[in-house]
Design a protein around this ligand. Structure first.
Ligand SMILES: [Mg+2]
Length: 276
């Protein structure tokens, strides 16, 4: 039985710029035990290299091959489905633009000639960018792709507006629904599972998904159960160190209910026997 972990970053390993106690030890434990893991984040702003660097500054030692962002997953999805040499208007930061350029696509300055609109979190997004995205879809007939649809993201000062707030603006103006690549959708799950298999060079029988948000992380686990028949089982762990308070965790509907609820990553050891 080969087990692999898909681990969320924000709210699980770190909160804003602070590490969550026990995160460094947990990752070191997985490495020592040869348990494959991939860090799966809906945050599209950074490249995998930047994510790995910022985690290692917090004492959490991973390489960029351990990191799948929604930006990377979007790039892989677009290149597998639409090939090379396409033109896109992108609302997003370095991580998303690097991923789109990395598959041989051109990132446009405005809507003219846009075949795709790709939206992720952009902390300098303004009215002009949203208008270009809207014109790309309405005038140019561009396909609408979103790296993720998160309403908020956790920080040490409280929740921040997520990529979903920008996606919602474009959706509202155009009436067009995007294809969403990030969690909880199976696209990113399939890409992360493939990476797990590459890291371990073996098939994976069981996947454990750990995260702090039921709507993305726990739902991803449920969606993987439905769409991936080559895995024997998927288990889910909700941690209370991020966006979800205990009261909410206790009243989740069945489609968002995790197999385990723990205070933080430091408590995985207490349920280890039930996971493997
Ligand atoms: Mg999270």
């Amino acid at each position: 039985m080969k087990i692999g972990f898909l681990i969320d970053i924000d709210g699980v390993l770190k909160l804003g710029h602070r590490p969550i106690p026990g995160a460094d030890e947990f990752i070191a434990f997985l490495e020592a035990e040869n348990v494959p893991f991939v860090l799966v984040t809906n945050n599209s702003t950074k490249t995998p290299e930047d994510v790995a660097d910022s985690l290692s500054k917090l004492g959490i030692e991973v390489t960029q091959s351990h990191v799948i962002t929604s930006a990377v997953a979007t790039g892989i999805y677009l290149s597998e489905n639409f090939g090379v040499g396409r033109h896109a208007f992108v609302i997003g930061e370095k991580g998303l633009k690097t991923a789109v350029k990395g598959i041989g696509w051109t990132v446009l300055e405005n809507h003219r000639g846009a075949e795709f609109v790709i939206v992720g979190l952009d902390r300098s997004c303004d009215y002009a960018k949203v208008t270009e995205a809207v014109r790309s879809i309405v005038v140019e007939g561009a396909k609408f792709i979103a790296s993720n649809d998160d309403r908020t993201m956790p920080s040490e000062n409280g929740p921040m507006a997520g990529a979903g707030t920008i996606v919602a603006s474009v959706r509202y103006a155009t009436g067009v629904e995007p294809i969403v690549i990030g969690k909880p959708n199976r696209f990113i799950g399939e890409i992360a599972l493939k990476r797990l298999k590459e890291l371990t060079q073996a098939d994976i029988d069981e996947v454990v998904v750990m995260g702090d948000r039921p709507e993305t992380d726990i739902k991803l686990a449920k969606n993987m159960v439905e769409s991936m028949h080559d895995i024997i089982s998927v288990k889910s762990i909700l941690v209370l160190s991020g966006i979800t308070p205990r009261e909410k965790a206790e009243t989740l509907p069945p489609d968002l209910k995790p197999d385990f609820v723990i205070n933080s990553v430091a408590d995985v050891k207490n349920i280890w026997g039930a996971l493997i």
